[in-house]
Design a protein around this ligand. Structure first.
Ligand SMILES: NC(=O)C1=CN([C@@H]2O[C@H](COP(=O)(O)OP(=O)(O)OC[C@H]3O[C@@H](n4cnc5c(N)ncnc54)[C@H](O)[C@@H]3O)[C@@H](O)[C@H]2O)C=CC1
Ligand SMILES: O=C([O-])CC(=O)C(=O)O
Length: 308
């Protein structure tokens, strides 16, 4: 007789931070696990009242704000086994480190938070474990293998999105007007060219993939000599990431013909030439977000909980 899988006796308690397009999609994707009694789910929002009429069956709500008719963030956190951030780069930096410091595992969707060196150190400091989702892109098995062998010299990502999904509050009237005026048939416009840290600062909701790519291609420390950072494995990981963020080059393009977001990766070096392209179906909740992201997050959650 085959040995039955060693599922946990009690359902794992998952706390979503952010219940927007990705959070809701993840909750829907994990409905079978909820129904099978493998996990329970709670979602923290900053204004719960606005979410009451968009309830997802089986998902309780809690608040990081001032709502008084539901558990607070601290109460929900005390009950959780795993936190799944899908709120944004800023809230990831604000709440993620306290989750890790409390010894709880954290799934990070707003991977861009790792571009800030201080936040990266705190997210990597333990004792909780950090699970970095690959989000809207992938191929990280082969990219990671090549990087770990020192086999990559150059890593590039070119992200193309519909112009209106790239509008940001800091843009001048002229920049905004240019993006709004682009229509199918017009040439694409490059709105950013540089490193992932600068890209995520200007476009925090659009280029998490670039920081994710830097994370995936950070390589590994030589066990004999370490990374040179000098103080323990977390600092070593953070130092590898810092160097990787300097190597990855990002181009963000407003393309009026981009029916779907497109991410093109080119990595080259002694290991070879790796070209990958991703065009995700849009999120069912928000067409500006790649649907693949929630699929990846759900998979990362299953992995973190040891679910099949
Ligand atoms: N790794 C990847 O490939 C990708 C990562 N992302 C990241 O995922 C994030 C979420 O994306 P979407 O779900 O599409 O955005 P969304 O705007 O639909 O949802 C975010 C939700 O988080 C909530 N939120 C924000 N601050 C909060 C706080 N302090 N406390 C509690 N809730 C808070 C908002 O009210 C909103 O409901 C993006 O901002 C981006 O950082 C997005 C796409 C791809
Ligand atoms: O959804 C996507 O295509 C990718 C994205 O916004 C991000 O990486 O922040």
């Amino acid at each position: 007789m085959p040995t039955p899988p060693a599922y946990p006796a009690e359902p794992a308690r998952v706390l979503l931070l952010g219940f927007g397009a990705i959070g809701r999609h993840v909750a829907t994707l994990l409905a079978p696990e909820r129904e099978a009694g493998l996990l329970r789910m709670c979602a923290a929002e900053r204004e719960v009242a606005a979410h009451r009429d968009r309830a997802v069956p089986g998902v309780e709500l809690s608040t990081t704000g001032t709502d008084t008719d539901c558990p607070t963030w601290a109460e929900a956190l005390a009950e959780a086994d795993l936190v799944v951030e899908c709120a944004g780069v800023e809230p990831a930096g604000e709440y993620g480190p306290q989750v890790i410091a409390a010894g709880m595992d954290l799934v990070l969707t707003s991977v861009g938070a790792l571009a800030d060196p201080e936040t990266a150190l705190r997210l990597l400091a333990g004792p909780g474990r950090l699970w970095v989702t690959n989000g809207a892109i992938g191929g990280f098995d082969v990219l990671g293998a090549a990087a770990e062998a020192g086999g990559l010299d150059a890593v590039r990502i070119r992200t193309s999105k519909l112009p209106t999904s790239l509008l940001r509050p800091w843009m001048t009237d002229q920049q905004e007007a240019q993006l709004r005026s682009l229509s199918p048939g017009d040439d694409p416009v490059t709105v950013f060219s540089g490193g992932p840290a600068g890209a995520i600062e200007q476009f925090p909701a659009n280029v998490n993939v670039a920081v994710g790519l830097a994370w995936a291609t950070r390589g590994r420390a030589d066990p004999a000599v370490g990374t040179g950072a000098g103080v323990g494995p977390q600092a070593g990981q953070a130092e590898l990431l810092r160097r990787s963020l300097e190597r990855v080059r990002v181009e963000l393009v407003a393309d009026p013909a981009a029916g779907r977001s497109r991410h093109e990766i080119l990595a080259t070096g002694p290991a070879g030439r790796i070209e990958l392209a991703f065009e995700s179906a849009p999120s069912p909740e928000n067409p500006k977000t790649s649907g693949l992201t929630a699929l990846s997050v759900a998979r990362t959650v299953r992995g973190a909980l040891g679910l099949p």
